[in-house]
Design a binder for this molecule. Structure first.
Ligand SMILES: O=C(O)CCC(=O)C(=O)O
Ligand SMILES: [Fe+2]
Length: 235
């Protein structure tokens, strides 16, 4: 349970480790039905084809390897969106000062996102305006999916199946700030039904005192003891 924040003493969130090192954590029942329905309703009219960063130009462009519709919601536009950001801060312990807006995504049948990293590689300069790279991802599931649609961690042999109201959380960077290649992941194609998610990408700026860098250099590497399944006991 994450009880280290006053809010969470009153309403603890059940947290489940799916993987250790890198830690992949699921928070259960962190979005209410009301919040989910509200977020879907305000995002839907603004949906556009989802984009990715083009490393060559830094522009956001559509790509065949990411098929979905998406929209961005600001904290200032709604108390519900602001509350979701606040909850992300409470459950992760990270600062939201440099987080991106809430991204809402809908995948139809066949919708998917090929394996990728959420952090920018060294040669890209994508995140200057956010004060550093994407240190962490919180991905909320706003629907169950009848078939397909799992989030798969390709280097870890781990699949996370969408469950409406739950969220998956992981750190994309080593404590040195280097990208952690073990966090490579994908959204499997939806085979039946429709998949709704929303996510917060949290950046390095603002975390200096919360998650100080480790002075020891950690090389970008996927060479780690894998797989490291969590014993059934914890599931
Ligand atoms: O939808 C998913 O399961 C994963 C989405 C994702 O990886 C992303 O948007 O960066
Ligand atoms: Fe991703």
């Amino acid at each position: 349970m994450t009880e280290n924040h006053p809010f969470l003493r009153l309403a603890p969130v059940r947290m489940e480790y799916l993987y250790r090192n890198p830690d992949i954590i699921v928070f259960n029942d962190v979005l209410s039905d009301y919040e989910i329905d509200y977020i879907k309703r305000i995002a839907q009219p603004r949906f556009r084809r989802a984009t990715v960063h083009d490393p060559a130009t830094g522009e956001l462009v559509p790509a065949h390897y990411r098929i979905s519709k998406s929209a961005w919601l600001k904290d200032e536009e709604s108390a519900v969106v602001a509350r979701v950001s606040r909850r992300v801060a409470d459950i992760t312990g990270l600062s939201m000062t440099t987080a991106e807006e809430l991204q809402v995504v809908n995948y139809g049948i066949g919708g998917h996102y090929d394996p990728h990293f959420d952090f920018a590689r060294k040669e890209e300069n994508a995140f200057e305006k956010f004060n550093g790279n994407r240190i962490a991802t919180v991905l909320f599931y706003m629907s169950d999916v009848a078939q397909g649609g799992a989030t798969v961690f390709t280097e870890l042999g781990l699949s996370v199946f969408p469950r409406r109201g739950s969220a998956v959380f992981w750190l994309n960077l080593h404590p040195s700030g280097e990208g952690d290649l073990a966090t490579r992941h994908a959204a499997c194609p939806v085979l039946r039904g429709s998949k709704w998610v929303c996510n917060k990408w949290i950046h390095q700026g603002g975390q200096e005192l919360i998650r100080p860098c480790n002075l020891e250099y950690q090389k970008e590497s996927i060479i780690r003891p894998i797989p490291q399944p969590i014993e059934k006991f914890f599931r």
